[in-house]
Design a protein around this ligand. Structure first.
Ligand code: FAD
Ligand code: UDP
Length: 378
């Protein structure tokens, strides 16, 4: 490095790393050097525009920004505007499309009834198994929420494919994210703010990284250059925590995803941006059709782009996506957390081994900046 030493090193140019770097550069006026293994910034929320069709493709799966956190919304609004897209997911069970999460429409079409909200509530109560009792695992919890028939149609197969594990052996908390509704609200997220960045994710992330005090080195693995760094510079590390310690206490369990892309010479493939496939005789979990996330772009040039998503256990060389969080993982994690690390701070979903939505990752990074980084650098 011929240039002056940076005030802070950040490993990883995902939303966590970008948020920390942006604050340090813009508010403290300090210099930040970011190392990023991939050839792009934005981490898993990265997207690119397919040159021929002009369709914005989310390389690592559909990312919809949504938040109820006004501070986070105010912060991100400094870099991008959003299109107000309301994410509505459909579930294809045995060839028929249903609203998912389960709502009044799902109940009426699945059971061929025409209930109102109150009737649906009473009806669902009659389906519930062991209401008010203990639910030790995902299967018990789901049957308690919606009963066996709906569980078997919409949750059992999807969860088994997603986690490659019998839902009897999965934690009940997995389903916490999914509401059951008695009205016709078919949105996937309840949050007041939701949408896609109007000019694309790339434009959002570039705006966060625009400060001249931020330098980003792409295609640079931190572990390849670590030995050349001065030990005095504080580091925010947003890569996998087990990798940092060279896996000395073992590998943390992650699910990875395989994505199968297909460009099609038609305007529309399916009737929603994401259609879930809960049946076990279909190998993939869902199909994404990216242009549906941007109705305002009105792309009708006889082209669409779809992506089938398959889930499996991650090997060391795979992208880690969802922490498995089994008992063994929690034991391994606590060993890593007890390690002495000098001036390195662990952050982000990989550094903390936690699933975080984008707004949660940003909120955590802002808190880390305020409580830890400011005192460290000033
Ligand atoms: P990441 O985005 O993973 O960034 C970490 C970065 O560190 C990566 O770019 C990586 O290459 C880099 N890195 C790792 N190790 C090294 C190293 N040794 N040297 C240099 N660089 C390194 N959130 C939502 O809000 N809405 C959604 O709809 C949504 N959909 C999702 C769908 C999927 C399939 C997944 C997996 C996640 C989704 N998320 C969604 C969550 C979102 O992706 C995360 O909140 C976000 O990625 C967290 O950012 P991060 O910076 O902590 O991690
Ligand atoms: N889930 C399900 N059926 C679906 C969608 C989700 O049973 O059609 C369950 C499944 O166990 C999944 C969990 O709900 O792991 C959380 O789903 P979510 O869509 O929040 O996961 P993500 O979008 O992060 O993959």
């Amino acid at each position: 490095m011929t240039k002056a030493q940076p005030d802070l090193i950040v490993v990883g140019a995902g939303l966590t790393g970008l948020t920390i770097a942006e604050r340090v550069a813009s508010e403290l006026g300090k210099s930040v050097l970011i190392y990023e293994t991939r050839n792009h910034i934005g981490g898993n929320a990265f997207s690119y525009f397919e040159p021929k069709s002009g369709i914005e493709i989310h390389k690592y799966g559909t990312h919809v920004f949504h938040t109820a956190n006004e501070k986070v919304f105010e912060y991100v609004s400094g870099f991008t505007k959003f299109n107000n897209f309301q994410h509505k997911v459909l579930s294809n069970h045995k060839g028929t499309l249903f609203n998912f999460p389960i709502n009044l429409n799902t109940l009426n079409s699945f059971f061929d009834l025409s209930m109102d909200e109150n009737e649906a509530k009473t009806f669902l109560e009659s389906l519930k198994e062991n209401p008010g009792g203990r639910a030790e695992n995902l299967e018990d919890k789901a049957k308690q929420l919606v009963g066996r028939v709906l569980y078997e149609a919409f949750i059992k197969g999807y969860s088994q494919k997603q986690w490659q594990e019998d839902p009897k052996n999965l934690p009940s908390t997995i389903i916490n994210r999914i509401p059951v509704r008695f009205n016709s609200d078919s949105r996937y997220f309840d949050d007041i703010h939701q949408g896609l960045p109007l000019d694309g994710y790339g434009s959002w992330f570039e705006s966060m990284a625009a400060n001249k005090k931020i330098t980003i080195l792409l295609e640079t693995d931190y572990f390849d250059i670590k030995k050349d760094l001065s030990p005095d510079i504080p580091i925010v590390y947003t890569g996998p925590i087990d990798r940092y310690f060279d896996y000395k206490h073992g590998l943390l369990g992650w699910r990875t995803l395989d994505f199968e892309h297909e460009a099609l010479p038609i305007d529309s493939f399916q009737s929603a941006a994401v259609v879930n496939y809960p049946d076990l005789d279909v190998a993939f979990t869902r199909i994404h059709e990216f242009k549906k996330l941007y109705p305002e772009r009105r792309i009708s040039n006889g082209a669409t782009h779809i992506m089938r998503e398959y889930s499996r256990a991650a090997e060391r060389e795979d992208d880690p996506f969802y922490p498995m969080n089994r008992g063994i993982d929690r034991e391994i994690l606590s060993k890593y957390k007890n390690e002495k690390v000098g001036n390195t701070i662990f952050a982000g979903r990989l550094g903390s081994y936690k699933y975080m939505d984008m707004d949660v990752a940003i909120a955590a990074a802002l808190t880390l900046y305020r409580n830890t980084i400011i005192p460290l650098l000033t």
